[in-house]
Design a protein around this ligand. Structure first.
Ligand SMILES: Nc1ncnc2c1ncn2[C@@H]1O[C@H](COP(=O)(O)OP(=O)(O)O)[C@@H](O)[C@H]1O
Ligand SMILES: [Mg+2]
Length: 306
C-alpha cells in the first residue's frame, strides 16, 4: 500500500515557557490539499517547520512520504517543496536567476523558463525580485518551491497580505498543483481560503487541532445552516420587541441584527413577517450560510480575525 504524504503523531514543541504545539496528530493523504486554519500564534508555522524537518520536535513522530527525517532526510528533501518567504532572497537577484540558482541544487530540476510560464512571470524574468508586486513575489516563492518537481508542497500563509486578485492567482496555482496529483499542506488565517481551496481543514488554536474534516463537514457540525443579517440605516432599533415576537434568538450588533436560521424555509418568512408587523426601518437583508469562521467562533469563543 502506498504510504500517506504526511503522518504526524503526538508532536510537541516548546520554546522556553511557550508550548507552541501540543500533541499534533495529522494524516494527509497523497493528492490532498490540506489546510491548517488558525489565528496568529496558533502554532501553524511551528507545526509546518517540524514537518519540513527545519524544527526538531520535543516529542512525537513524523513520516513524510513514508520516510523519517533522521534516516532519510536527504531523500525527503529531494521530494518536497517548501515555500520560502521571498524576502529572504537577495534584493539584487533577478527572477530567472533565482529560479536557475535553485534549479542548480537539484539533479532533475525543472526548466526555469517552463516555471516562468507556469507562474505567469515571463515578462518579469529579468526584473529584480525586490521590484515585484506582492502577488508576483508570492508566485516566485511558489516557483522556487516547485523547482525540484516536488510530490508534496508546503505553503505557509501563501496569500497573506495579497489583494483579492493576487490571491485568486495564487489559488489558481494551488488548484493546478492538485490537478497534477501533488499533495499540498498550507496554513492560512483566511477562512475563505481554507473553504474554497482545501479538501480537508484542521482548525488550529493554541497549539492544538480542535476540529478536523472537510469544510462541508465542519460547517454542517454547527447545525446552523444559515444566518439572516438585518441592516438598518444608522443604529439598529431596540431589539427586544422583535426578538419577543419572533421567538428565536437574535444577536443584536450596533448596526445590524443576526438571526440563526435553523430551518431557512420557514424561519426567513417569520423574520420578514416580524419586520413588516413592527414596521422596522430595515434597509438590507443578507442571508449567508455558516462558514468556517462560525465554526472557529463556536469552538473558541473568539473570532479568527482577532
Ligand atoms: N523560535 C521561537 N522562539 C520562541 N517562541 C516562538 C518561536 N517560534 C514560535 N514561537 C511562539 O510559538 C507560538 C506559535 O507560533 P507560530 O507557530 O509561529 O504560530 P502561527 O504560525 O500559527 O502564527 C507563538 O506563541 C510564538 O510566539
Ligand atoms: Mg505563521
Amino acid at each position: 500500500m502506498e504510504s500517506s504524504a504526511i503522518e504526524a503523531r503526538g508532536l510537541h514543541k516548546r520554546f522556553g515557557g511557550v508550548h507552541a504545539v501540543r500533541g499534533l496528530e495529522l494524516h494527509v493523504a497523497r493528492g490532498e490539499v490540506f489546510g491548517l486554519l488558525g489565528p496568529n500564534g496558533a502554532g501553524k508555522t511551528t507545526s509546518m517547520e517540524m514537518l519540513e524537518g527545519l524544527v526538531i520536535p520535543d516529542e512525537g513522530e513524523i513520516r513524510i512520504l513514508g520516510l523519517g527525517w533522521a534516516r532519510d532526510g536527504k531523500a525527503i528533501r529531494s521530494r518536497i517543496g517548501v515555500q520560502f518567504q521571498s524576502t529572504q532572497l537577495d534584493d539584487k537577484i533577478k527572477v530567472r536567476e533565482a529560479l536557475t540558482m535553485f534549479a542548480s541544487f537539484y539533479p532533475h530540476a525543472r526548466d526555469p523558463d517552463d516555471l516562468l510560464k507556469l507562474l505567469q512571470l515571463e515578462d518579469k524574468a529579468d526584473a529584480y525580485q525586490s521590484k515585484l508586486s506582492g502577488g508576483q513575489r508570492q508566485r516566485l516563492a511558489l516557483g522556487l518551491a516547485l523547482v525540484n518537481n516536488p510530490e508534496l508542497v508546503f505553503l505557509d500563509e501563501p496569500t497573506t497580505g495579497l489583494d483579492p486578485q493576487a490571491r485568486q492567482g495564487l489559488w489558481e496555482m494551488v488548484r493546478r498543483l492538485k490537478s497534477e496529483g501533488r499533495t499540498v499542506l498550507l496554513t492560512t488565517h483566511y477562512m475563505e481560503e481554507a473553504e474554497t481551496l482545501c479538501d480537508r481543514v484542521g482548525i488550529m488554536d493554541q497549539g492544538q487541532v480542535l476540529q478536523l474534516g472537510t469544510p462541508r463537514e465542519l460547517i454542517a457540525s454547527l447545525n446552523q445552516p444559515s444566518y439572516a443579517e438585518l441592516e438598518f440605516e444608522g443604529d439598529a432599533p431596540d431589539v427586544a420587541p422583535f426578538a419577543e415576537r419572533l421567538g428565536m434568538p437574535v444577536e443584536a450588533k450596533e448596526q445590524h441584527w443576526v438571526v440563526v436560521l435553523t430551518d431557512p424555509r420557514h424561519d426567513l418568512q417569520k423574520v420578514l413577517n416580524c419586520v413588516e408587523a413592527l414596521a422596522l426601518p430595515m434597509q438590507q437583508l443578507h442571508v449567508r450560510r455558516a462558514s468556517l469562521e462560525d465554526v472557529f467562533l463556536q469552538r473558541t469563543g473568539r473570532s479568527l480575525r482577532d
